[in-house]
Design a protein around this ligand. Structure first.
Ligand code: DNO
Length: 350
């Protein structure tokens, strides 16, 4: 198991040196953020990112993410060109010894929240998702600054995309994912790269767009597409957490023992009425996810992949990238690594 921390490159307000000071963290999760979606990432830019990280004594362990071009998800004819570029990016990663790639297959929007700084009684702020708020948004008219928001697209482009997606239902999205994986996974296997699909966050359809990576049955279907350790899952507790039908712990045992989980995101959430929730501090008692059981499951399956603390609250007056401040994520990872050490020691002493 390797403890990792997400870092947004040079523009991240958190210096790499600070991350290096967090006990036990040795890996960085990062990406190139200024390459057009669908293009081949310039190798010299990845090398320079890697060198920057290595210069402080850390390593570039995971690429999160190489975004999948919408033409691939829609199934347009131009997808082959973008799939070819995707394969090239995977080969380039493998060549540089970066072995894990996190990606998602969510149409247009990535993770979505309705409030970026919901005030908690203790003065900290959290990211929150309120389904009623989301329902009020007219996506083709309003341009809103939310995380995961389709800022890559102008208004007209967004309208065109939404129109194209009106013909893509869940089954079509599945068959487009299958088309993509059948071409990409053999290349990844050869390159020594393991892909981990990120669950849809929240794990249900939003804005009438299809979302498919939402529950355990979807993960069964995903891994059945191609039986390969390169065809894996980024197991994100916070993304699956709001889905009441998902037994997180059972799924970790199941997919972990099959060696289909190269990467884990750990975050706690507290469910509200219906399909709403708020992100909370990592320890078990603040949310609906039993962190002791999550870590115990990972210890039990002898998890060898990467773990990163997912979104933190903003505490101690920190201002920064929503969900990605330093302090609360650092507290989170220390708590998780303490659980890991305790559980492992008790198990070994039996
Ligand atoms: C949110 C992240 C996601 C994730 C992508 C992976 O904080 O977990 O944005 O990076 O969905 O493609």
């Amino acid at each position: 198991m390797e403890l990792t921390f997400r870092w947004y490159g040079k523009s991240d307000p958190i210096p790499l040196e600070y991350i290096k000071q967090i006990p036990r963290v040795s890996g960085i999760v990062s990406a190139l953020y200024d390459v057009k979606i669908g293009e081949i990432w310039p190798q010299e830019q990845i090398i320079s990112l890697k060198r920057m990280i290595e210069a402080v004594g850390l390593r570039l362990s995971v690429i999160e993410s190489i975004p999948v071009h919408e033409d691939i998800k829609i199934g347009r004819r131009s997808r082959d060109k973008y799939i070819e570029n995707y394969c090239q990016n995977i080969k380039n990663m493998g060549f540089l010894g970066i072995n894990v790639l996190c990606y998602n297959f969510m149409p247009v929007f990535d993770w979505t929240r309705s409030n970026l700084s919901k005030k908690n009684p203790d003065g900290s702020t959290s990211l929150a998702y309120d389904q009623d708020e989301i329902n009020k948004i007219n996506i083709s008219e309003e341009s809103i600054e939310l995380p995961g928001w389709a800022t890559n697209y102008g208004k007209t482009e967004l309208k065109d995309l939404l129109k194209a997606y009106s013909k893509v239902d869940e089954e079509t999205l599945w068959s487009n994912l299958e088309y993509f994986l059948k071409r990409v996974i053999p290349v990844a296997e050869n390159a020594g790269v393991r892909l981990g699909i990120h669950p849809d966050d929240p794990p249900w359809s939003i804005f009438n767009l299809p979302r498919i990576i939402t529950h355990e049955a979807a993960l069964d279907r995903l891994i059945d597409i191609i039986d390969s350790p390169s065809n894996g899952i980024t197991f994100c507790t916070g993304s699956f957490g709001p889905n009441l039908k998902m037994d997180l712990i059972k799924s970790i045992y199941k997919f972990g023992s099959m060696d289909r989980i190269p990467f884990v995101h750990i975050r706690n959430i507290k469910r509200k009425n219906g399909q709403s929730f708020i992100e909370v501090a990592h320890p078990t008692e603040f949310g609906d996810i039993d962190m002791f059981k999550v870590i115990k499951a990972l210890v039990d399956i002898d998890f060898k992949g990467m773990i990163r603390p997912d979104h933190g609250r903003m505490i101690w007056g920190e201002r920064g990238k929503p969900g990605y401040g330093l302090y609360d994520r650092a507290l989170g990872i220390m708590y998780l690594s303490g659980l890991w050490e305790g559980i492992k020691k008790i198990r070994n002493s039996k």
